[in-house]
Write a new protein. Structure first.
Lengths: 158, 158
DNA sequence: CGTCGCTAGTTCACCTTTCAACATTTTAGG
DNA sequence: CCTAAAATGTTGAAAGGTGAACTAGCGACG
């Protein structure tokens, strides 16, 4: 019985593509973060603002927000506390479930969102979107969708 | 004179692709990290081991290592201290430049590398590589290379 | 040669993330 | 009902990351 299989190392092509992928992700994240910095926001902050502003009543349950942004409850809790101190967000009790809390966009949070979004979009265009041919973009999406699917399936497994 | 230009928001297709891209990166990183965890390594650790093991004499100058892994000197210094405590790496003085230090792979670091690499490669295959058709992979690489190029150019600009 | 500026690397204080422990409320089952 | 298990969210300590200040050595130019 064979328990060990010979390792299938990456071919040169694969290795090259893989490293490019890693590099782009890192540099891109770094750059977007930097472009957001003048507004005093991190990508984390921004993502939360986006999620809230796209939700009914500019609010989401902490749990759902944690799931949507793929953060631990703990991390989100700290994060929201910080954003609360910056008056971007406030917590509000949930009527129907007394354990629950909503994170709610404040007026200032909404304004911030409106002010920052165009810059962020421009940043995404400048450093990513506009460097891809449109059909390449759809190719990319088609290639990545199944991977996203697969990875979502792996979440929280042994 | 026109100072403000109307924001070019992302089209639905673009938005969808962008979000997929973000999601894949996050989930993938998370998964690879998790697969490395049983060995007591982070991706950061692993990347440093790879860099060292691919270098002449299993050693690199701190500065070069920082550049290669795109970390600040400060972060790398902490990182190497941790890895030194785990006996994966040791610091060694540089003869030719007395300011300089080498990070050197230890025997145990090398063994660790050999033990872990096959698992990591398998992980990359399982969660990414093997989910892409070979020609899609080269497409992906071709699309991403110019972006990497562009982003490298942006590094350390105002 | 001296000194002024540059590079290498560490350290310090501060911020963010993680992990485990906890309090509270809901839900499911006998 | 009443209790056990599960879900919601917070907290606090420890680990990891950041940016600026600092030490020390190099190097070039008067």
């Amino acid at each position: 019985m064979e328990t060990e299989t010979a390792t299938r190392w990456l071919t040169d092509t694969e290795q090259c593509a893989w490293r490019t992928h890693l590099e782009v992700n890192r540099l891109l994240t770094h750059q977007l973060e930097k472009d957001l910095q003048p507004f005093g926001l991190t990508m984390n902050d921004y993502e939360i603002l986006v999620n809230l502003s796209e939700s009914e009543g500019d609010r989401m349950r902490m749990s759902d927000l944690a799931t949507a942004t793929m953060q631990s409850k703990s991390r989100l809790s700290h994060q929201v506390t910080r954003m609360e101190n910056a008056d971007l967000v406030r917590r509000e009790n949930c009527e129907s479930d007394r354990r629950g809390l909503y994170a709610v966009l404040t007026e200032h949070g909404l304004e911030t969102m409106r002010k920052v979004a165009p810059h962020h979009v421009a940043s995404v265009r400048r450093h990513f979107m506009d460097l891809l041919a449109p059909e390449t973009l759809t190719e990319l999406d088609k290639a990545l969708k199944p991977i996203a699917e697969h990875l979502r399936g792996q979440r929280g497994r042994p």
